[in-house]
Design a protein around this ligand. Structure first.
Ligand code: SF4
Ligand code: MG
Length: 331
């Protein structure tokens, strides 16, 4: 059933002006392309600072695109303005790591969840209240909790309530930005099960952003790996996790403890390079154990990987074949 979200050559640029200095131009998202099929969950992973959140925000036009297009349900979101943008926004929602981004600490949760219903659907107080009770039950809580304040809930419950608000207007597309990252592991699993149930029930499509690869694996149909503003690998979750093709993906995965894996942990040396001064050529060259001359000259183009997806690495065309090998078989 085709892509709901189609991102082509998207770049997002920030100009950070510091006193008396020339503005630093940071290409937070650098020429990325990917798509998300209707009803699919696309996991976006990478270290903090890699551009994941900016990508999510650009998809909802919460930050402007410097180049490229973002087509959601047939409309190029980057070109929408005014009323058309407000209408499109109703069908695209975001769930943040911090539930207080959407729940007002000084209001009852009913008031926070009802707000979009009153603003966008012009529901009366009574109709909004009935819908709020329904939404609170949909996320696995009691309707009678509606008149409580956010501080009266656990972190997991607060995140359920933030999800209730996000789905209030029946969105087709939801960006979850580190939505479970602040929760303990068992609560994470419960909230992920909830998101999965809502997706199946309402045909939702998710962009699921997380720095923790273990979280993303089980909820995602396909994943994309970001590094320094670029997507370096995409593919079906199973293929990327069992046979990662990019040296960065392999390093990230080798950091997840797995007693069945025999290979050594690949330690990523150093930090992300300064995004205002990215290296010429492959963005990962300063931390890659396989760097070749060509890596310092040209940005690798995406090439198809056996088992599905694409990888952007010169090893695919100019080096010994490592791509597609099981993680356990790698040096
Ligand atoms: Fe490493 Fe070169 Fe591949 Fe970049 S292109 S990941 S530097 S081998
Ligand atoms: Mg982030």
């Amino acid at each position: 059933s085709g892509p709901l979200v189609d991102v082509r050559d998207l770049s997002v640029v920030f100009r950070k002006r510091r006193t008396l200095a020339a503005p630093r131009i940071v290409r937070a998202v650098n020429d990325i392309s990917f798509h998300i099929d209707q009803g699919e969950t696309f996991g976006l992973v990478g270290e903090s600072g890699s551009g994941k959140s900016t990508t999510g925000r650009a998809l909802l036009k919460l930050v402007p695109a410097a180049a490229g297009s973002v087509t959601v349900a047939g409309h190029d979101v980057t070109r929408l303005r005014g009323k058309a943008l407000r209408t499109a926004r109703r069908s695209m929602q975001m769930v943040f790591q911090d539930p207080y981004s959407s729940l007002d600490p000084s209001s009852t949760v009913a008031a926070s969840i009802a707000e979009p219903l009153i603003v966008h659907e012009k529901l009366s107080g009574r109709a909004a209240r009935e819908r709020v009770h329904e939404l609170i039950e949909m996320v696995g809580l009691r309707a009678s909790y509606a008149d409580r304040y956010p501080y009266e809930f656990s972190g997991g419950q607060r995140q359920r309530l933030a999800i209730a608000r996000a789905i209030a207007l029946n969105p087709g597309f939801v960006v979850c930005d580190e939505a479970v990252s602040a929760l303990d592991v068992s609560t994470q699993n419960q909230v992920i099960n909830l998101l999965e149930r809502l997706r199946a029930e309402f045909g939702l499509t998710y962009l699921f952003i997380a720095h923790d690869l273990a979280i993303v694996r089980h909820i995602s149909h396909r994943v994309g790996v970001m590094y320094l503003g670029r997507i370096v690998e995409t593919g079906p979750a199973e293929r990327v996790y069992t046979a990662p093709a990019h040296p960065y993906t392999r390093a990230l995965l080798s950091a997840i403890p797995d007693p069945r894996r025999k290979s050594e942990r690949i330690v990523l040396e150093g930090d992300l390079p300064d995004p205002a001064r990215p290296p010429v050529g492959c963005p990962f060259q300063t931390r890659c154990g396989h760097v070749m001359d060509i890596c310092r000259q040209r940005v690798p183009e995406p090439t198809v990987v056996e088992g599905g997806g694409e990888v952007s690495c010169h090893l695919q065309t100019s080096g010994p074949t490592l791509a597609g090998a099981p993680l356990s078989a790698l040096p």
